[in-house]
Design a protein around this ligand. Structure first.
Ligand SMILES: C[C@H](O)[C@H](O)[C@H]1CNc2nc(N)[nH]c(=O)c2N1
Ligand SMILES: N[C@@H](Cc1ccccc1)C(=O)O
Ligand SMILES: [Fe+2]
Length: 276
């Protein structure tokens, strides 16, 4: 198969990972001693390869915060990252065995706890992994948790998720997450850049999302985003662009309940449907 982006999402397969290790809130201890030399080497090689292509493609806030992850030669201890992260934005990383159900996921975010999958892909999955692993979760998501505005947005998203779960609107809200936190682009003074974790942890999708003439890039618009389906197993055909993290925060501050009610009656857009 061709090089694929780091992807995650609902899948028919049972998630990988040992869920017997998890507590009721789905968190577990990071099994740091359980990583092999090969696991650390996989992380190191992914990290170096991705670092090389960040200038000109990754958002400034991401590049600035990346060193906070610590050593690149090995998978960091989450507690070590937490010393810096908690001081910066009062967020904490917690280990999870893999994808977790929506309500526990939202609950952790609402408490400023970010679930990080603790296992790493096998060497033969270097290019392609169908669910989040520790490289995607740490490298892709954690640097921007050091940004105060994005950090607050993530907590609001968690709270909004719990509300969406009560209203049966998780699918609409999950699309917002997908097209911002996972696959978002930002217009910076120097040009278009990526801030979405699924892009930033993907060797192929990072240059594709920013530079390829193929996908369409639309200004972020809540209704359009929530009505647009997404594909988890190919590069995106539609990206949504923000002007700043403040804009994203303000745009999503409104009560979504009336929005969900209105959108329920409207048709969806296919992932590759073009605006004409
Ligand atoms: C709700 C959200 O959009 C998505 O479906 C959730 C579900 N569970 C998850 N669980 C983990 N560990 N990581 C994730 O990113 C998600 N995403
Ligand atoms: N404003 C949203 C909550 C939310 C905030 C930020 C991001 C996503 C969702 C609501 O009322 O449901
Ligand atoms: Fe992710």
């Amino acid at each position: 198969m061709a090089v694929q982006p780091a992807v995650y999402g609902a899948s028919e397969r049972p998630p990988r990972g040992d869920y017997t290790r998890a507590q009721d809130d789905y968190t577990c201890a990071q099994d740091w001693a359980g990583y092999s030399a090969q696991d650390h080497d996989t992380y190191h090689r992914l990290y170096l390869r991705q670092c090389e292509q960040l200038p000109g493609l990754a958002s400034e806030a991401f590049i600035d915060a990346l060193p906070h992850l610590g050593a690149k030669e090995r998978i960091p201890r989450f507690d070590d990252v937490n010393e810096r992260l908690y001081r910066a934005t009062r967020w904490q990383l917690v280990a999870v065995p893999g994808l977790i159900p929506e309500v526990p996921f939202f609950t952790l975010l609402a408490h400023r706890k970010f679930p990080v999958t603790d296992w790493i892909r096998r060497p033969e999955e270097f290019e392609y992994i169908v669910e989040p692993d520790v490289f995607h979760d740490l490298f892709g998501h954690v640097p921007l948790l050091f940004n105060p505005v994005l950090a607050d947005y993530m907590q609001r998203y968690g709270e909004g998720g719990l509300k969406a779960a009560r209203l049966g609107a998780c699918e609409m809200l999950a699309r917002l997450y997908w097209y911002t936190i996972e696959f978002g682009l930002i217009r910076e003074p120097a040009g278009l850049r990526a801030y979405g974790a699924g892009i930033l942890s993907s060797h192929g999708e990072l240059p594709y999302s920013v530079q390829s003439p193929v996908p369409q890039r639309l200004p972020l618009q809540l209704e359009r985003t929530m009505r647009t389906r997404y594909k988890i197993d190919s590069y995106q055909q539609t990206y949504f662009v923000i002007d700043s993290f403040e804009q994203l925060f303000q745009l999503t501050a409104q009560d979504f309940e009336p929005l969900y009610a209105r959108l329920r009656g409207l048709p969806e857009y296919a992932a590759d449907e073009r605006v004409v």
